[in-house]
Design a protein around this ligand. Structure first.
Ligand SMILES: [Zn+2]
Length: 319
């Protein structure tokens, strides 16, 4: 429905709602849209968590996975997660660290908390492809969240023989402790001075399906074994209902850090819903990838920048 030739980055003069104003700050460019919105629909991708410091490379990778880098040459957490380990004992040694730091530890920067402060008194709903649980950790209402791609905090049967998911917090904690790590009061993971971590876990800690005995796997959408349990289906239903109940109203579609890996989940539907609803406003904050089709440019604001910084500047306009 959108012509590709009309897609442009809207950091230039012709962009969206700010055409007639000289105020180029994010707040100025958004104008009164957030304050006047009947509802805010947040669509969040990996860029939001990256802005919160959930970085899968560099220093943070080195701190927890230097031994795996040394053995296999991994350069980031993702590649270690996809690696076909010879044993489940080693696979879960890697994955338990990965899950712990990305699901059970708080993100380094309070970006999610700041976002929550902006919308907590609004009628809001969150659609996200992020699986790191950051929205709930920051206080967002679970009934206003739809995690489409799963959650690092959930196991499922790898076959799967049944459609249920299981909280993995205690199991994962035991797995990291047995490798020599200690966990602090805030969930922080560290090694005692001079301790080298084990790169394997005892066989008895390998999680198994309570019904069929097959190994458990992560509840992450990677292929057609992904379990959409009752909680997932309820969240999907609540999201659809929210959109239905606000049809035709003044909705701010606030898209944060959504790239082009899976645009069909958030980006394209947000564009289409904005196109169909003349009262809707589309705002996109993304580092390096902020653009919008020409058809909805008049009701869009695209901001190329760090989400954490931009949210800070936007604070006032939501009040
Ligand atoms: Zn099973």
């Amino acid at each position: 429905m959108f012509s590709k030739t009309k897609i442009f980055t809207s950091t230039g003069n012709s962009s969206g709602t700010d055409e007639n104003t000289k105020d180029r700050t994010p707040a100025g460019r958004l104008g009164s849209a957030p304050a006047e919105a009947d509802a805010v629909v947040i669509g969040a991708g990996a860029g939001l968590s990256a802005s919160a410091g959930m970085i899968y490379t560099g220093e943070r990778f080195e701190k927890y996975f230097a031994d795996f880098r040394g053995k296999y040459g991994f350069r980031d957490m993702y590649s270690g997660g996809f690696y076909p380990y010879d044993t489940l004992e080693e696979y879960w040694a890697y994955w338990s660290r990965y899950i712990w730091i990305n699901r059970y530890m708080d993100p380094p920067e309070p970006v999610y908390e700041n976002l929550y402060r902006l919308v907590k008194d609004k009628d809001y709903f969150v659609l996200t492809t992020n699986v790191d649980h950051c929205f709930q950790k920051a206080g967002f209402d679970k009934r206003r969240l739809f995690y489409t791609q799963g959650d690092y905090g959930l196991f499922q049967c790898s076959r799967p023989c049944h459609q249920a998911t299981y909280d993995n917090g205690e199991t994962v904690r035991r797995m990291v402790l047995v490798q020599g790590y200690v966990t602090g009061a805030d969930g922080d993971l560290s090694l005692p001075e001079g301790r080298r971590p084990e790169m394997t876990i005892p066989s008895e800690l390998i999680p198994r399906c309570p019904k069929c005995g097959a190994p458990m796997s992560m509840n992450l959408r990677a292929d057609d074994t992904f379990v959409q349990d009752a909680g997932w289906r309820q969240a999907a239903g609540r999201y659809e209902r929210f959109l239905r109940e606000h049809e035709g109203k003044r909705i701010l579609f606030l898209e944060l850090g959504v790239g082009m890996n899976t645009p069909g989940i958030i980006k394209y539907p947000f564009w289409q819903m904005t196109y169909r609803n003349p009262k809707a406003v589309y705002a996109c904050i993304n580092y390096g990838e902020a653009y919008v089709p020409g058809e909805i440019a008049g009701r869009s604001v695209c901001i190329d920048g760090d989400i954490g910084n931009v949210l800070g500047q936007m604070g006032l306009v939501f009040l």
